[in-house]
Design a binder for this molecule. Structure first.
Ligand SMILES: Cc1cc2nc3c(=O)[nH]c(=O)nc-3n(C[C@H](O)[C@H](O)[C@H](O)COP(=O)(O)OP(=O)(O)OC[C@H]3O[C@@H](n4cnc5c(N)ncnc54)[C@H](O)[C@@H]3O)c2cc1C
Length: 356
């Protein structure tokens, strides 16, 4: 048993691991290789209790990241979609927000500085009208609703917009590297009329900190899942591949890479579970989620790098999954707050504490 999971949580992890191995490993080439994530993949997770209202609202953060790590080992794309939906669902107060909902936050000219967004919402007699363009909207083609960030009286606010609402249009798909089962779209909102109930909250520091903490924890878990998958592949390869008449794993140079990988994974896991335990007992997260995400994404980068090195030139061949994981890893240092914005958040928190 790992020190950060109790017996019940360890049993739960076994259940998710078995699901991921039995169901996702079979579908992985379609989802992550060919990029064909289908509605049925999500429905299966809902049936297994790993997605949807119950999972979003009734499980603690230790359970959520455990689920994400295990799913990410088999299908990083599916886990990535779940990370986005979890953060989006945390802002939804109605049922429509509990299923396939994703964030529509970033704009072409407003990325890390999302507060400079130009999407606006204006009041009408019976609700709101939204106008603006968003990019990087994840799997917009199969989502039921968007959590749209728009300015009201020049302050950011949040709206839950059903994807079939007139005026919502997918403009184009953004082609990209890695996480093939996650597809990105430019989505426009033109005179989109929504009822009063679509309005969730005027953005406050507290609300945004919550969403970004959730994104950071989710991306930390995704990073660990990818890193563990790469590590397992590298171990098998180190045992099986023979050069100079012996397994390459018999060389100290390879053994040291294995040692570095396992230390980085364990350090990242410790920080991630420390952050979830703080949230689960109601402690203020401080910068623990930012630090865990930063640590996990950079650990993932290093582990995948070493794993591919152990594969040698064969690691670049698409027939080996490690080449896919090498591409998938890159997202973890960007989405959910880049490493630079995580460092900004951590140093701001530490300096404020120091001088408080
Ligand atoms: C796979 C993936 C999925 C995504 N999914 C979604 C989604 O579902 N919904 C959504 O809204 N968005 C999504 N995004 C967008 C993501 O949130 C942005 O890419 C991210 O916030 C960075 O914004 P940007 O790409 O515009 O980079 P920029 O903000 O232009 O940053 C470029 C570089 O400058 C650095 N930088 C910027 N400002 C500072 C600063 N103040 N200090 C130090 N360095 C700084 C950044 O760290 C980065 O290295 C996704 C992105 C990816 C890659």
């Amino acid at each position: 048993m790992d020190f950060y999971l109790n017996n019940q949580e360890t049993e739960y992890r076994t259940m998710v691991t078995n699901y991921a191995r039995e169901v996702l490993s079979v579908e992985r080439d379609r989802i992550d290789g060919q990029g064909e994530l289908q509605e049925g993949d999500i429905s299966n997770l809902v049936t297994a209790g790993l997605w949807g209202e119950h999972f979003f609202t009734n499980t603690n953060w230790t359970t959520k990241v455990t689920t994400l790590i295990e799913l990410a080992k088999e299908s990083p794309s599916l886990a990535g979609f779940l990370v986005d939906s979890l953060a989006a669902a945390s802002l939804c107060s109605n049922e429509s927000g509990q299923d396939r909902t994703v964030l529509a936050l970033v704009e072409e000219q407003a990325g890390s500085d999302f507060q400079s967004m130009s999407t606006v919402a204006s009041r009408t007699s019976d609700g709101w009208v939204i106008n603006g363009d968003k990019c990087f909207v994840t799997n917009a083609s199969i989502t039921s609703a968007f959590v749209v960030f728009a300015k009201v009286d020049n302050k950011p606010a949040v709206f839950v917009v059903e994807s079939r609402t007139p005026g919502v249009a997918i403009q184009s798909e953004q082609s990209k590297m890695g996480l093939n089962g996650l597809r990105f779209f430019n989505v426009s909102f033109q005179n989109v009329a929504v009822p009063e109930t679509a309005y969730v909250a005027v953005e406050s520091e507290e609300v945004m900190q919550k969403v970004f903490s959730y994104l950071a924890l989710g991306m930390g878990a995704l990073s660990i899942g990818i890193a563990e998958a790469a590590f397992n592949l590298a171990l098998d390869r180190a045992r099986a591949r023979q050069q100079f008449g012996k397994p390459i794993g018999d060389n100290q140079a390879v053994q040291f890479m294995v040692a570095k990988m396992v230390v980085k994974i364990n350090a990242a896991k410790s920080m991630l579970y420390r952050a979830t335990q703080r949230l689960d007992v109601g402690e203020a997260p401080g910068a623990s989620a930012n630090a865990a995400k930063l640590m996990a994404s950079e650990a993932c980068r290093d582990v995948v790098h070493h794993a591919l090195q152990i594969y040698g030139g064969h690691g670049l061949l698409s027939e080996h999954r490690i080449s896919q994981l090498y591409q998938d890893q890159r997202i973890t240092e960007l989405f959910g707050g880049t490493s630079e914005t995580q460092r900004n958040a951590i140093s701001k928190y530490v300096i404020e504490e120091l001088y408080a």
